[in-house]
Design a protein around this ligand. Structure first.
Ligand code: ADE
Length: 247
């Protein structure tokens, strides 16, 4: 059995790809699924491209094509909680789709005909990620130089466990973040894929977990150099955390 590891952009899994002993590449639906061994575990790495459709399609293909017993999503997110900063790590608990609104036929945020508005991550996998992340934070300079952290003004990265909202929108104003918080007050960060993959995993009964590195504050300053942040920070975090998680 394989662990499926998905990110939205290639840069977000670049450090993992560099470490992967590739056995096979499978191309389906304009995506490349890299099958191989990472820290002695059988994994499939794939980047889906941005958004809920792209990531749900990728997750479904992963589950139908390979023997997968777990899916883990890794990438960047925008913080919408005031005590969360760039470089912090989020371990997701419940995943919402903030742009789902079938009202007045069904409640706002509820996924029609599924009767659910939140998808919970696997408690077992989440706890294991939490331990792996705690260890990573103690040993971060094994993976990142002080300069790499300073380039993005990351001082003392912390870990948070909390709810994540996904939608097909890049959130780049306080007005947008506040609107999400009014509807979903427990959410601490936003991104564009997690809840879509969480829904697929729920429907296929496969454990799902997610780690996100905060790249911006989902406000007018959100337009950072994404590919650089994803490659130099988020993918190195993923490498350090997954080394502990898989190893
Ligand atoms: N991923 C990283 N930052 C984001 C933001 N501000 N909005 C949506 N997805 C993101």
């Amino acid at each position: 059995m394989y662990i499926g590891i998905i990110s939205a952009m290639k840069e977000e899994i670049q450090a993992l790809l560099n470490e992967l002993q590739i056995e096979k590449k499978v191309i389906r639906g304009m995506r490349t699924y890299y099958q191989g061994i990472l820290f002695d575990r059988k994994v499939i790495l794939v980047f889906s491209r941005w958004g809920k459709v792209a990531s749900a399609t990728t997750a479904t293909q992963l589950l139908n094509e390979f023997e997968i017993d777990e899916i883990l999503f890794t990438g960047v997110a925008g913080a919408i909680h005031p005590d969360i900063y760039i470089g912090d790590i989020i371990i997701g608990s419940e995943l919402y789709q903030h742009d789902m609104n079938g009202s007045p036929l069904v409640k706002t945020f509820e996924i029609p005909l599924l009767g659910k508005s939140a998808f919970r991550t696997s408690i077992e996998k989440r706890n294991a990620l939490l331990k792996a992340t705690e260890t990573f934070l103690l040993e971060k300079y094994k993976f990142l130089t002080k300069k790499q952290l300073a380039d993005f003004d990351i001082k003392n990265p912390k870990m948070h466990v909390g709810d994540i909202a996904s939608g097909d929108q890049f959130i780049s104003s306080s007005k947008q973040s506040q609107a999400i918080l009014i509807g979903l007050p427990s959410v601490i960060c936003v991104e564009m894929e997690g809840a879509a993959v969480a829904q697929v995993c729920y429907e296929y009964k496969v454990p799902f977990s997610i780690i996100r590195t905060i790249s911006d504050n989902a406000n007018h300053n959100a337009h950072i150099d994404f590919p650089k942040f994803a490659k130099d920070i988020a993918s190195i975090y993923a490498l350090g955390i997954l080394k502990n998680y898989l190893g």
